[in-house]
Design a protein around this ligand. Structure first.
Ligand SMILES: *[C@@H]1O[C@H](CO)[C@@H](O)[C@H](O)[C@H]1NC(C)=O
Ligand SMILES: *[C@@H]1O[C@H](CO)[C@@H](O)[C@H](O)[C@H]1NC(C)=O
Ligand SMILES: *[C@@H]1O[C@H](CO)[C@@H](O)[C@H](O)[C@H]1NC(C)=O
Ligand SMILES: *[C@@H]1O[C@H](CO)[C@@H](O)[C@H](O)[C@H]1NC(C)=O
Length: 342
């Protein structure tokens, strides 16, 4: 028989033990370490940096290198309500066909630079694009830095089947390690994200059963992201969205309080509503309240490659791209037949 006293000790023990676990979870970065950084040539060498340089740059501004992320955060906004640093992350790994960097990717960087006014735009990965549009990007958008990351072949001992999986993990690594705004290279920004930078984590919805990772607005070390990354210990290389969007949704159902979800204004029209993005039935999506738009359906529909093509592109995506490029959504006169999505 237990006495009351024994029971009490048991309970106290349990509480202390659970508290210990919780503190451990809250403080320890999960899983493997982030990839090593090293110097690498880039479009503009003077803009290519390493993690050491990053520390150096921050140290030069009077910040302690040991508190890198806090420094990044503090160096951004003096007020404490904006917990997400004003830093943008992109991830790019090479692919056998060669890295594409087209008009819409240039517009992604350009819109991020214009509307987010980031202190840094980091391009993480093992490759720098080589196209004209990339040259224009580094010529016109300030504060772009390439941060070399080795293209790993395995995730937790399992061979990577899709390069996207590696990019999925890297985006979690960088947002956990530094905080900031992760963007897919085809996310187009339409206004400041400051109203969302007050949340520890903001994600968008890309379908009824999907929490997307195409845009991640995160404070450093967000618990939700660490749990998401932890799930890669159970990496399933063969299933495309298993560890990314599908698991994100599961995690959200378990821990809805750990993430602010924007249903309408980050990713609509979603990939399931591409007819609205390309206005296939003459219907335009009203994006006047949107923070951003994701260029999906590109494999199936034509996206302008040139400024000339953009001028007469008569659909929602055309409006958005013109708004970023010309500052107005209005159609512009073209010679000959206008460019169409099909
Ligand atoms: C590279 O960037 C630096 C710093 O922004 C700039 O001064 C320099 O002109 C650039 N060089 C080239 C080749 O674009
Ligand atoms: C981009 O710029 C680099 C450096 O100025 C140059 O060597 C390269 O040819 C340019 N690429 C294109 C596609 O114009
Ligand atoms: C653009 O598309 C809309 C909807 O299909 C149509 O009503 C409008 O006439 C088109 N504008 C031009 C200039 O073709
Ligand atoms: C789009 O929505 C805004 C407010 O949400 C509204 O003021 C505007 O009139 C709408 N535009 C169109 C073309 O329906």
């Amino acid at each position: 028989m237990y006495s009351l006293r024994d029971n009490k000790q048991l309970w106290v023990g349990l509480v202390v033990f659970s508290a210990g676990i919780l503190i451990y979870l809250a403080q320890t970065p999960f899983g493997y370490r982030s990839a090593q950084y090293r110097r690498t040539p880039c479009g503009n060498l003077s803009r290519s940096i390493t993690e050491t340089d990053m520390l150096g740059a921050l140290r030069a501004d009077g910040f302690s290198p040991r508190l890198l992320s806090r420094a990044v955060r503090r160096s951004v906004d003096a007020d404490t309500s904006h917990v997400v640093p004003r830093v943008v992350h992109y991830v790019l790994y090479d692919v056998p066909k060669g890295v594409r960097f087209e008009f819409q990717h240039y517009l992604s960087f350009r819109s991020a630079g214009h509307f987010l006014k980031p202190q840094y735009i980091f391009l993480h990965g093992n490759v720098v694009p080589k196209t004209d549009w990339w040259n224009r990007t580094i010529g016109e958008v300030d504060n772009i830095y390439h941060v070399y990351r080795k293209k790993r072949t395995h995730i937790n001992g399992k061979r990577v089947s899709f390069v996207q999986h590696l990019a999925d993990v890297t985006r979690l690594d960088v947002t956990i390690d530094y905080g900031g705004i992760y963007l897919d290279t085809d996310m187009l920004i339409l206004k400041s994200l400051d109203p969302l930078r007050v949340h520890a984590l903001t994600l968008g919805v890309s379908g009824p059963k999907e929490i997307s990772n195409a845009i991640i607005i995160a404070q450093k070390n967000a618990l939700f992201l660490r749990l998401w990354k932890e799930n890669y210990k159970n990496y399933k290389p063969a299933i495309w969205g298993h560890n990314s969007v599908t698991f994100g949704r599961k995690l959200f159902l378990l821990f809805p309080h750990l993430v602010h979800v924007e249903k309408e204004h980050l990713l609509r029209p979603t990939w399931k509503e591409v007819h609205l993005l390309y206005s296939l039935r003459g219907e335009f999506y009203n994006w006047s309240q949107s923070y951003s738009v994701h260029v999906s359906g590109e494999g199936k529909y034509r996206v302008p490659r040139t400024v000339e093509q953009l001028k007469g592109y008569n659909n929602t995506l055309g409006e958005v791209m013109r708004y970023i490029y010309f500052g107005s959504r209005k159609l512009l006169p073209v010679k000959g037949a206008p460019f169409t999505p099909k």
